[in-house]
Design a protein around this ligand. Structure first.
Ligand code: HEM
Length: 469
């Protein structure tokens, strides 16, 4: 009754059941359908929609910019699930001071000049990947393989550790725990408290391993921390040794060990599967869109005459068609594209002419912004050309300001993705290698339906990679 008639949010347009409480959103979440249903609701009800008793979603670009730009709208309680041992990291915290404090240590290894020093390690892993593809035969489970690749690359380039998964073909246990951890932290929090605690009491091994994944994560991170060493030969900063040895020049203080370990655990879950999912979708789009594959292949053959050579990221960034393929892939299939919750600050705020009291949870979703027909014509078509323009007779990456404002696969502003430069480096190097060295086509069973997901790894994606002559 209160939710439906008297709540200040009852004025916000919504599917009828969303006005009644939190079950509508929960139901969409357990069906892995939240992102798509919220998107449908925008189409039916307009740019602001109520999605739960205290939650609204917005799809107007100025509203989204206002919410995500600064620290004014803090992260919601949902992010608290991503603490480890009660300790926050730069993903989970809603405190701007703590965020600035922890970002100060974490940011330097992600600087482009530092990442470039990781290129030899990235090349070594990509050559191992090529050998593994050849060993595996023509049909490949690409998601599993990309998961090995993404974690190995992140480990070698910025974490200062060698997972050696691609080389040995053995999956590190933390990869499976990423799945369990995401179920525990992303899905189960939507259950009512009694249902969550009932599940926790059921003595089923599969459930136990879900609930114990958080502590296990911390153990993996602690082991990495213990092993982290400076790579003196390359003068490359890695996150763990950087955090381990960091001394604040002003205060002389170092970050507490427990905090560093919690931060390392955050990088493990935030950096591996995001890259995996992006890769899987981009390669799938290339496999099912032969004209785009052919154009990219030709551009790469021109830029990389010898397929045994893997160019550096700067050289690859100078191939506009490759950059446009990655941009377009992330437009359609960014891994974190469902609602990212923030909280309306003290004093409340007005969005789309509706007053939202302080404490209302508000969110946009990249999935919907990226499919705005008025901004991205034929939004469902994978068309890298939309990001290109002929300037002075040369094909150039062109970022139309309206498209750019609506494009946020890595989030926006101060709480945007700290790993973006690394992710972009990995995507450039991996996609260039795959396309330059292999012909690809989707295997039977990989189709629109099998690829439909909330953009976690819960989808079946099997592509056949053929080696070219
Ligand atoms: C294609 C790959 C990636 C995509 C699309 C992506 C996307 C995002 C998005 C959308 C956010 C904002 C989340 C929110 O507001 O809730 C985010 C934050 C974050 N990402 Fe990424 N990410 C990627 C790769 C990585 C990598 C490789 C790392 C680390 C090695 C990483 C570490 C983080 C961290 C620590 C945050 C929290 C930043 C903060 O709140 O200040 N991400 N990412």
């Amino acid at each position: 009754g209160y939710n439906y008639f008297f709540s200040p949010l009852s004025k916000v347009p919504a599917p009828r059941t969303a006005h009644l409480g939190d079950y509508w959103l929960l139901w969409q979440g357990v069906r892995f359908n939240r992102c798509f249903t919220v998107d449908e609701s925008f189409k039916t009800h307009g740019p602001i929609v109520r999605i739960a008793s205290n939650k609204v979603a917005v799809n107007s670009i100025p509203n989204i910019q206002e919410v995500y730009r600064g620290h004014n709208y803090r992260k919601s309680d949902w992010y608290k699930g991503f603490t480890f041992d009660g300790l926050h990291n730069n993903f989970s915290t809603d405190d701007p001071k703590f965020h600035a404090f922890i970002s100060k240590w974490s940011a330097p290894p992600f600087r482009k000049d530092n990442l470039v020093k990781g290129e030899p390690a990235a090349r070594r892993i990509l050559n191992q990947f090529t050998r593994r593809v050849k060993l595996s035969g023509p049909r490949l489970e690409t998601v599993s393989l990309f998961r090995l690749l993404a974690l190995d690359m992140m480990g070698a380039i910025v974490l200062g550790c060698d997972f050696r998964q691609v080389e040995t073909g053995k999956t590190h246990p933390c990869v499976l725990d990423i799945d369990r951890f995401m179920i525990d932290k992303q899905l189960l929090p939507y259950l009512p408290g009694w249902a969550y605690w009932t599940l926790r009491c059921i003595p089923l091994q599969a459930l136990r391993s879900v609930f114990e994944s958080g502590p296990r994560f911390l153990k993996y991170a602690a082991a990495l921390y213990d092993d982290a060493v400076e790579d003196e030969s390359s003068e490359r900063l890695n996150i763990l040794s950087n955090l381990k040895n960091f001394v604040d020049p002003k205060t002389g203080e170092s970050p507490p060990e427990k905090l560093v370990i919690s931060q390392a655990a955050a990088f493990l879950f935030a950096g591996a599967d995001t890259t995996t999912v992006s890769l899987a979708y981009i390669v799938w789009e290339l496999a099912r869109t032969p004209a785009v594959y052919a154009t990219l292949r030709a551009a790469l053959e021109a830029a990389i005459p010898d397929p045994d050579i893997i160019p550096g990221v700067q050289e690859l960034r100078d191939i506009p068609y490759l950059a446009a393929v990655i941009k377009e892939g992330l437009r359609l299939w960014a891994p974190g594209q469902s609602v990212l919750e923030r909280v309306v600050p003290a004093g409340g705020a007005s969005h789309q002419g509706i007053y939202l009291p302080a404490g209302t949870v508000i969110a946009g979703q990249a999935y919907s912004s990226h499919r705005r027909e008025d901004i991205f014509p034929d939004p469902l078509v994978f068309r890298p050309e939309r990001w290109l323009k002929e300037i002075d007779g040369k094909q150039t990456l062109y970022e139309d300001p309206e498209m750019l404002a609506a494009y946020w696969p890595f989030g926006i502003g101060l709480r945007g993705c700290i790993g973006r430069p690394l992710a972009e480096m990995e995507l450039h190097m991996i996609i260039a290698t795959v396309v330059r060295r292999f012909k690809i086509k989707p295997a039977p069973g990989t189709n629109e339906k099998s690829m439909r997901s909330e953009c976690t790894v819960y989808f079946f994606c099997s592509l056949t990679l053929y080696q070219t002559s």
